[in-house]
Design a protein around this ligand. Structure first.
Ligand code: AVI
Length: 320
């Protein structure tokens, strides 16, 4: 008896997912949400992407953290609550935590419960004096902060990796505005933001020689096949990563190699040869464009740390 409501809820969830997917596939151009990248296989492909010679982002941000985490910690000040949006397993977080002066609490926020609890457990073991209070939530929607945050001197949201770039301008603004709300008047946000650079460097970062990013892109279809009972043929799509200058972003697409019909639940979607399924945006900023985005959400840029080649930036934002 007790299981029945859960089963129904699961079926409802699957219906809602199917409806969302179909909605995206009926748009012109067709689109799939990047959330479909991240099943277990996709998360491990993403880990491999971070190691690729062409994918400079992770390496460069780590270099910045290694060189400047102490300065970042000094700018943040003592007894801060560090609230990390997204995965908290990374070395970047550890580099920052190692430098912070008596942080009052570390709050990793992630939608994947298992991943979150593993990561939080590992951090708690490594930093036995640190209070770790994980929150399982979708950080793009309102969520409740644990009580310890209230007694901190300052709230600081940490959002590394240039994940901000995966949001279109209005959604990025809304997410920054939410961070502004979370941190209050004397808080701050520490954000990784990737910088504009030559087209060939960017396109190679998202279309590597080993084909890992292509596999990551196609894996969204494999995930859909499993989760909503679709029958995408992964071999029937080419991976495309293209720099769109006037939008200042890399766009990832899957391009259909043939006229085909895909079944999702009881529905059929026709996809023409050469038709694109758009899967991800990766916006790249200038210091000015990121400052303008931050300002539109009520933040000033207080400090910027960059690597010597100015490929990537970590920016401390404070309420305007
Ligand atoms: C997660 N995010 C910051 C990555 C990026 O670079 O925009 C996702 C990614 N997509 C393809 N490669 C990496």
């Amino acid at each position: 008896m007790a299981k029945r409501p859960n089963l129904l809820a699961a079926a409802d969830r699957e219906d809602a997912l199917t409806t969302d997917v179909l909605e995206g596939l009926r748009k012109h151009p067709k689109e799939l949400s990047p959330v479909w990248f991240y099943d277990e296989a996709g998360s491990s492909l993403f880990d491999s992407i971070c190691e690729l010679p062409e994918y400079y982002i992770t390496r460069t941000e780590l270099e910045i953290m290694r060189l400047h985490a102490a300065e970042m910690a000094a700018a943040i000040g003592p007894e801060a609550a560090l609230i990390e949006l997204g995965s908290g397993t990374s070395l970047k977080t550890r580099l920052l935590l190692a430098q912070l002066d008596s942080p009052s609490v570390y709050v990793p926020v992630d939608i994947s419960r298992e991943h979150l609890l593993d990561a939080a457990g590992a951090i708690a073991r490594e930093y036995p004096d640190l209070r770790v209070a994980p929150v399982c939530a979708d950080f793009t929607a309102p969520f409740q902060l644990p009580p310890h945050v209230a007694s901190s001197r300052r709230r600081v949201v940490y959002f590394p990796g240039s994940t901000i770039g995966n949001f279109e301008a209005d959604k990025a603004r809304a997410l920054l505005a939410r961070m502004r709300q979370i941190v209050g008047r004397n808080g701050a946000a520490l954000i990784g933001a990737d910088l504009r650079k030559a087209r060939d460097v960017l396109e190679r970062a998202y279309d590597d020689r080993a084909g890992v990013t292509a596999e990551f892109n196609r894996n969204a279809l494999r995930h859909l096949n499993r989760k909503v009972g679709a029958d995408f043929d992964l071999d029937a799509f080419d991976h495309l990563a293209v720099w769109v200058e006037d939008m200042s972003r890399i766009e990832m697409h899957l391009v259909s190699k043939a006229d085909q019909r895909v079944h999702i639940g009881n529905e059929t979607v026709a996809i023409r040869r050469g038709e694109h399924l758009h899967t991800e945006y990766c916006h790249k900023y200038t210091l000015e464009s990121f400052a303008a985005l931050a300002a539109s959400a009520g933040f000033d840029v207080a400090r910027v740390w960059m690597d010597p080649d100015r490929k990537f930036s970590v920016q401390l934002l404070e309420p305007a």
